[in-house]
Design a binder for this molecule. Structure first.
Ligand code: PLP
Length: 404
């Protein structure tokens, strides 16, 4: 049975730590990690958690403790992973649009590095040459992912070196004798279809003969999770099976077994996270029945940023008579979490939980409107522990420099 925290547990934790708060569930993260490793057990696969989804050190440490590597999208994430005790061989850094100095810093840290532009690759060649094996992120020109905002592999995307510039890439590699260890793609987020991964590996397979020291095919992240109670799970075993068939027929033919790396973010932590708020005000208008909560786009921006769906439940009145509500925040912008949702009667002071809040929830939170960022709590072995304090007024003042 799938790991889940109950409304009662979440209510108790909310009363103890106050709202708004994020609650994460270690055993659910483990369940997701185990699903991946089991499905891919017959391939030389490795999993690096895309920690941009949720960088709390305790989460990084927990994922490291169950066997996962850590994928980083900035040098600071790489430093956080090191700080969390993850060895450099288990840290992967995939840059995008950054200054070359950051790549040099990553090399100095000794982590795996993927480069995503020809200009930085040329700088890498000039400065570092072939002394440090490196990966290149390719833009495969595949349109995939839940919507355009989270789609990264298509032909108008800023990410990666376009596949049609392979000749330029090879020229740079040859010129500086760069040791290309990894070919990388990440086509987007919310992908359920096994064929997208096969299509991606097909694109990379054509490039393989050009790089004789290649060891790794890195297929990025993007596994979709169910958002609504009746949504099906992504069939990871079906993806693994299809990839295995393709790899055995096309890539593993000369006895060379390239490692297959993945960078799951959402898949590991989305469902393990809950965001709980309290209802401040009810406002019945002639057309809309608003429930305004003690949070807003400053704490959970996904619905406003890219129309993400979060299932919501009223955990303090679960058996109330159902009515239609629009759930909004307290920010001075339109910050609608959900429109026209059927929910058990909401009263002022009720607690609403937003599901699928582990990934890109707290991580995208801000201090907009000078609000404090929420508490984070991790539940493990039935025990709830605070893993980040709620901010306070001093946090708002930190780093401000008095001029008057
Ligand atoms: N890898 C890269 C390079 C990414 O850009 C992302 C997401 O932005 C991920 C992995 C993780 O994606 P997801 O959370 O959908 O698994």
């Amino acid at each position: 049975m799938s790991q889940k925290l109950t409304g009662g547990q979440l209510l108790d934790i909310s009363k103890e730590y106050g709202t708004p708060l994020y609650v994460y569930h270690a055993e659910k993260i483990r369940e997701q990690y185990d699903k991946l490793t089991t499905a891919f057990s017959s391939l030389p696969a490795r999993f690096f958690y895309a920690c941009k989804a949720l960088t709390n050190l305790n989460i990084i440490q927990y994922i490291h403790s169950i066997g996962g590597g850590i994928d980083c999208s900035s040098i600071n994430e790489a430093k956080l992973a090191l700080q969390a005790g993850v060895p450099k061989e288990k840290i992967l850094y995939t840059s995008n649009g950054i200054a070359f100095e950051e790549i040099e810093e990553a090399v100095n840290l000794g982590v795996h590095v993927n480069i995503d532009s020809l200009s930085n690759l040329a700088r890498f060649g000039k400065k570092i040459g072939n002394s440090y094996p490196v990966g290149v992120r390719i833009r495969p020109n595949i349109l995939a992912g839940g919507n355009l905002k989270i789609s990264t592999g298509h032909e108008r995307s800023k990410f990666g070196i376009p596949i049609d510039q392979i000749e330029e890439l090879k020229t740079i590699v040859d010129q500086y004798n760069i040791h290309i260890k990894t070919l990388h793609i990440h086509t987007g987020s919310d992908i359920k279809d096994a064929d997208v991964f096969v299509q991606g590996v097909k694109v990379l397979a054509e490039l393989v003969p050009h790089f004789d020291r290649l060891e790794v095919i890195d297929l990025g992240g993007g596994f979709k999770v169910p958002y609504e109670p009746d949504h099906d799970e992504t069939d990871i075993s079906a993806i693994a099976k299809k990839l295995k068939t393709f790899l055995e027929e096309h890539l593993y033919v000369n006895g060379k077994k390239y490692e297959i790396w993945f960078e799951p973010g959402k898949y590991l932590v989305s469902e393990a996270g809950y965001f709980i708020t309290k209802v401040n005000v009810l406002k019945q208008t002639h057309s809309v029945n608003f429930a305004g909560v003690d949070s807003g786009l400053n704490h959970l921006i996904r619905p406003m940023f890219y129309d993400a769906y979060h299932h919501i439940e009223n955990i303090s009145n679960p058996n109330g008579e159902e009515k239609i509500y629009t759930i909004t925040g307290y920010i001075c912008e339109t910050d609608t979490f959900a429109s026209d949702r059927k929910l058990p009667e909401i009263r002022e002071g009720d607690y609403l939980v937003f599901y699928n809040a582990g990934a890109y929830g707290f991580e995208m939170a801000s201090n907009y409107n000078s609000r404090f960022r929420p508490v984070e709590v991790l539940v493990k072995d039935g025990q709830a522990s605070m893993i980040r304090k709620r901010e306070n007024f001093d946090d708002l003042l930190r780093n401000q420099v008095a001029m008057f």
